[in-house]
Write a protein that binds this ligand. Structure first.
Ligand SMILES: [Mg+2]
Length: 221
């Protein structure tokens, strides 16, 4: 899909499908537009595959399509057509079904790697690059079930963001898992004091993160 389309844009098309729970096949965005970080984040909520048109893009497009077709072939037919999952859940976990999480990190590569790994497990992923944007996302998406919060970020860091979140009555019980770069002494306490539900050090051990998420998502009221 290109982004500049007549009628409605590619963005609007994807958002419209998500809002109306239309189950789309995997989407590859193939665009000639230079994307801003914000636009890339917005697109990444719908797909992990964005290809900018350029010298190598025909080959990349071919590779991505081949990868998708391979995935479709090897995927066991466990997801019934009636289940509206906007993203194809390859390793869907029942606890993660119809759950939406917010990943907050200033490192885009980290956001993308995490969101990709979590989406194949059936989660809906929303993203933000700093604390201020995280709060804006929480306000715009009242259905968020859990937050993964990086601590070191520009604009508003994770500590301030967590304190701001906890100051709001509606977000008192929202699970927040804090991510810090190093397992420093006192860091855990600092995170918990700021309002984190739990703590994990970077680089993220995906299995630990998943089991932590399962724990907190099963505690939801
Ligand atoms: Mg950071």
């Amino acid at each position: 899909m290109d982004l500049n389309l007549r009628g409605i844009s590619g963005f609007e098309f994807l958002e419209h499908a998500a809002v109306n729970k239309v189950e789309l096949p995997p989407a590859i965005i193939h665009t000639g537009r230079a994307l801003t970080d914000q636009e890339t984040l917005r697109l990444r909520e719908f797909t992990d595959h964005i290809i900018l048109k350029g010298a190598r893009s025909p080959e990349r497009l071919q590779e991505e399509v081949a990868l998708f077709l391979q995935e479709v072939q090897t995927r066991p037919p466990v997801v019934p057509r009636a289940a509206p999952l906007p993203n194809p859940a390859i390793h869907a976990d029942p606890v993660f079904r119809e759950k939406t999480i917010l990943i907050v990190d200033d490192d885009m590569r980290n956001i993308f790697a995490l969101s990709k790994a979590l989406r194949v497990r059936g989660l809906q992923v929303i993203m933000a690059q700093d604390g201020r944007r995280a709060i804006a996302q929480l306000e715009a998406n009242p259905g968020i079930h859990l937050v993964i919060m990086d601590v070191m970020m520009p604009q508003m860091d994770g500590y301030t963001a967590m304190q701001t979140i906890r100051a709001r009555p509606e977000w008192q019980t929202l699970p927040i898992l804090a991510l810090t770069a190093k397992a420093m002494i006192g860091e855990r306490e600092k995170c918990l004091q700021a309002g984190a539900s739990d703590y994990l050090s970077k680089p993220v051990d995906l299995d630990r993160l998943i089991s932590m998420m399962r724990h907190w998502l099963t505690q939801l009221p």
